[in-house]
Ligand binder design. Structure first.
Ligand SMILES: [Zn+2]
Length: 316
């Protein structure tokens, strides 16, 4: 009996141990399962991070390559721009020498500066075509033609014309942004005038990278002198200004092309340096332009674009 009880006790002990062992195995199994799961997730995370780092590195490399490419391109353009500025300076220095020789009576050459005001207009393209055909440079005293000043739908055409003026070696002059005359206009005060003028300069520079250094007052100096200090302020802003000593008359009268041409060609007497006022909105001036060019050439004139230090520009 005692032996039986002893056996039962031992078996119960063994079962208990087996159960405890079983529970322990189960617990460590579960623990292992969770660890394994965590480990797999971690590995997945690490490989994802690796991928991200790879992508990041590739992007970094691409960005660096792009930066180097742009820098190289920029240096090429910067060089070209510097060359262009030097060439222009040389060109204008020679033009300045020629003006002095003319004024000293050392040469028979005469200079005509053709100037076109108030543009660009869509018609300006045709003016540029004629100038290109004769291979002569001119000066365009332009306004601020863009959406900001109400020319929305023609922005792109204007862009093309502004660029063509600059690229073809013409001088782009500043004729104020708005050209607004009258009581509420640009001449109501010095401040209003300078704001309008500099607004156009900023526009041309920001949009086309071109610095204007020659300007013409809307209505000419006769109108502008209503503000006594205006000249000094214009000089301080780095500008030289210019009027004209010949014109087609297209700003005032609507005349047939031959009369526009005659107005210019008959007013050259005693003028060895000519500044011709025209407007690139006038169809009749466009028709007259070849006759004006050929007529002036016959009279011994060569054509140049205006520049800051020209005898005809006032800069101090
Ligand atoms: Zn004008």
């Amino acid at each position: 009996m005692e032996k039986k009880t002893g056996n039962i006790k031992r078996s119960t002990g063994l079962i208990l141990i087996a159960v405890i062992l079983g529970v322990l195995v189960l617990i460590s199994g579960i623990k292992w399962f969770f660890l394994w799961q965590e480990n797999t997730a971690l590995k997945r995370e690490i490989s994802h991070l690796d991928q991200l780092i790879d992508v990041e590195n590739t992007q970094k490399k691409n960005r660096k390559d792009e930066f180097l490419r742009q820098q190289e391109e920029y240096l090429i353009y910067a060089d070209a721009e510097e060359e262009l500025i030097k060439t222009k300076e040389k060109y204008f220095a020679m033009a300045s020498e020629l003006e002095k020789k003319i004024r000293n009576g050392e040469t028979d050459v005469k200079i005509a500066y053709l100037t076109f005001d108030d543009g660009p207009y869509l018609l300006s393209e045709s003016f540029l075509d004629v100038l290109e055909e004769y291979d002569i440079p001119a000066t365009f005293f332009s306004l601020m033609k863009c959406s900001e000043t109400g020319y929305v739908e023609q922005d792109e055409s204007y862009d093309r014309i502004y660029r063509r003026i600059i690229e073809n070696g013409h001088t782009l002059g500043n004729h104020t942004a708005s050209h607004k005359l009258g009581e509420e206009g640009i001449y109501q005060s010095l401040e209003v005038f300078m704001n309008d003028l500099l607004r156009n300069r900023r526009f041309i520079y920001d949009r086309y990278g071109y610095t204007t250094t020659v300007m013409r007052f809307p209505g000419g100096t006769g109108t502008a002198y209503r503000i006594p200090e205006v000249k000094q302020e214009v000089f301080k802003a780095g500008y030289a200004y210019v009027d004209w000593n010949a014109m087609t008359g297209d700003g005032k009268y609507s005349l047939p092309p031959e009369e526009y041409a005659a107005n210019v060609l008959n007013s050259t007497q005693g003028k060895d340096i000519l500044v011709v006022l025209m407007h690139d909105y006038s169809r009749n001036t466009l028709i007259a332009l070849p006759d004006i060019i050929e007529g002036l050439q016959k009279q011994g004139y060569i054509f140049l674009p205006l520049f800051h230090d020209s005898i005809m520009c006032i800069s101090d």
